[in-house]
Design a protein around this ligand. Structure first.
Ligand code: CUA
Length: 373
């Protein structure tokens, strides 16, 4: 057999076009129908989700075009029986085709990048009025949030509280390795980089409790580096701020200075409870503190009384019996003092900052009684 025509038949081109259009429509419809993200929790979320939709609308037809042409070519120009010994046809360049397939994707890419840059600029623009600021510090394996009250009093918490409808700027730092500060409902996220301060701003639009997630593999406890973001209406947020400031002042400690330690402890008392808003520290419940996901005790430790079966840290039912109250306390506020053989040195070292002395007392009491049986 001689060289047959290597031009695609007109009929093939028409069927490719029809298949391509149908596949694109189906692909775009599926892409837009899928709920990719959690509910929108900030003003930034809307713009980001729209950007995502535009990317789907542009990239699905591109993918379909390439796939259809590849599959068609494989079918049309495959080696047919009897052609095993023949050379393929000589290939000449096609300048016009090459210009088109270089220019078209380039124009598309530059357009989408420009659009994305404009969206990013818009959502990162500083608000006209004043905005709240929260200092976020990541460390293996916990987040700490530091606030400054209207009178300049500083306090820190292990749960994030922000005000609905008010722009808040996060200044993000890391004490050790790379982490990444992310609340999926707000869409924005940024790396916490040792040595520099990064950050982003959002305006929460939805009250409720949302997960704070570390989105950068940062070590063995990475998966447990999850806390909560509480978005409160303005009046409740103001009440919460007042309570925190009042508590710091009652504690009699200067912000961040450590302050006076309780009689038998060693924990600085400049910290605040991470419980629910308005929750009193007076009757701190040790089991609730252990169970609170923000404290992440249960995620790493097995404790029969609490029904937890974490494997990252020592099994408390095995190691705690026989330990004194002071030994248990030291293991919580200064875990590096003694590392149990066979376990990694990954326990957060800031429980002395994020729990109040009363909460640590309650936790120690709970742990010693729960494992004494
Ligand atoms: Cu911190 Cu992952």
């Amino acid at each position: 057999m001689g060289q047959e025509s290597r031009k695609p038949r007109r009929q093939s081109i028409i069927s490719m076009a029809v298949i391509g259009v149908i596949a694109s429509i189906l692909g775009i419809a599926a892409g837009l129908a899928i709920d990719w993200f959690p509910a929108q929790g900030s003003t930034q979320a809307k713009d980001i989700d729209t950007l995502w939709d535009v990317l789907i609308i542009c990239s699905v037809p591109m993918f379909v075009l390439v796939t259809v042409v590849v599959l068609f070519s494989v079918r049309e120009w495959r080696e047919k029986p009897g052609e095993e010994a023949t050379d393929g046809p000589p290939i000449h360049g096609n300048t016009r085709l090459e210009v088109i397939w270089t220019a078209a994707p380039a124009i598309m890419l530059v357009s989408l990048c420009t659009y994305a840059a404009i969206v990013l600029g818009d959502i990162e623009e500083a608000p006209a009025g004043n905005e709240a600021r929260v200092a976020v510090t990541g460390e293996q394996f916990t987040w700490t949030f530091e606030y400054t009250g209207s009178d300049g009093t500083k306090f820190s918490t292990n749960q994030l509280y922000v005000e609905e409808g008010k722009s808040v700027r996060f200044d993000v730092k890391s004490k050790d390795v790379l982490h990444d500060f992310w609340v999926p409902e707000w869409r924005m996220k940024i790396d916490a980089v040792p040595g520099i301060t990064t950050g982003f701003r959002i305006t929460p639009t939805k009250t409720g409790v949302f997960p704070v997630v570390c989105a950068e593999l940062c070590g063995l406890g990475h998966a447990f580096m999850r806390q909560s973001a509480h978005v409160l209406p303005s009046d409740k947020f103001a009440t919460w701020m007042d309570q925190q400031v009042a508590r710091v002042k009652e504690g009699g400690s200067d912000a961040g200075s450590g302050g006076g330690a309780p009689a038998d402890g060693g924990a600085p008392d400049d910290a605040e409870p991470g419980g629910d808003s308005g929750g009193g520290a007076a009757a701190a419940d040790g089991k609730a503190i252990f169970d609170d996901p923000a404290n992440a005790c249960a995620s790493c430790h097995t404790l029969a009384d609490a029904g937890s079966n974490g494997q990252t840290g020592p099994n408390l039912d095995e190691v705690l019996p026989g330990q004194s109250v002071d030994e248990v306390r030291t293991s919580i506020v200064d875990p590096k003092a003694q590392i149990t053989d066979g376990f990694p040195d990954v326990m957060p070292t800031n429980y002395g900052d994020t729990l109040t002395p009363a909460q640590i007392d309650a936790l120690v009491t709970y742990l010693t009684t729960a494992t004494a049986k």
